[in-house]
Design a protein around this ligand. Structure first.
Ligand SMILES: C[S@@+](CC[C@H](N)C(=O)[O-])C[C@H]1O[C@@H](n2cnc3c(N)ncnc32)[C@H](O)[C@@H]1O
Length: 212
């Protein structure tokens, strides 16, 4: 993809190349993951109760989490760097809005979102850049809005790159990610850790936060 900084172009190209396979593998992943569904349900309840505006899934890939959030009653749309992913999301969910874009430079006015879900998308952000992404999330979020971050947890180690099957990703200590989110203007509501399921490698971390 042209016009992107080099590391984002690498990520976009890598996801473009695997998008069809990715969608086939993961479109029904939530059916097998009750704790993941529980944290998404908690997010939906919190976002609905806050009533702070529409919700964006940033890094939505083929859009199955976006569709799940719609099924939970949210006014939701998806954004992804990969044009092929966005094409698949639109084809699979023609009733939903999906846009190509980068979550560090959103085409949204200040304070317009009532919620953001980043479901395994900040995992690819080089750690020194993550504060800039979280600042962008806070910029577009109304006060009282809800943020959900899902990621690979570092299990006692420091922030660590690993050989993610698509493109380099990072495992984060949940406390470090919570601290960065706090510095960006989000207050923690709660967290959920779950152990890897069969065929998964790492512990999964989930942070629910409120924009202050
Ligand atoms: C591991 S996939 C997760 C996709 C989807 N949320 C899911 O759970 O299946 C990561 C996604 O984040 C997207 N992504 C990575 N960096 C991004 C960025 N800066 N802005 C928008 N999307 C990004 C990738 O294109 C990819 O579709």
């Amino acid at each position: 993809m042209t016009g992107l900084p080099p590391h984002l172009a690498v990520t976009a190209d890598a996801y473009d190349a695997v998008a069809v396979l990715y969608a086939e593998l993961f479109h029904d992943a939530l059916d097998r993951l009750p704790l993941d569904r529980a944290v998404l349900a908690a997010f939906a309840d919190l976002a609905r109760a806050a009533g702070a505006g529409p919700v964006a899934e940033l890094g939505c890939g083929p859009g199955y989490v976006t569709a799940h959030l719609r099924d939970l009653g949210l006014d939701v749309f998806g954004v992804d760097l990969s044009p092929v992913m966005i094409g698949l999301a639109r084809a699979a969910h023609p009733d939903l809005r999906f846009e190509t874009g980068s979550m560090d430079a959103l085409d949204l006015a200040d304070g317009t979102l009532g919620g953001i879900v980043s479901w395994y998308s900040v995992i690819h952000v080089p750690p020194p850049e993550l504060p800039l992404y979280l600042a962008e999330f806070r910029r577009v979020m109304a006060a009282g809005g809800t943020l959900l971050l899902a990621f690979f947890e570092a299990e006692g180690g420091p922030v660590t790159p690993f050989d993610h099957k698509v493109v380099t990703a990072y495992r984060w200590p949940i406390d470090d990610l919570a601290a960065l989110a706090h510095e960006a203007g989000f207050t923690e509501i709660g967290r959920m850790l779950r152990e890897p399921e069969k065929d998964e490698r790492f512990r999964r971390g989930h942070l629910l936060l409120r924009a202050r």
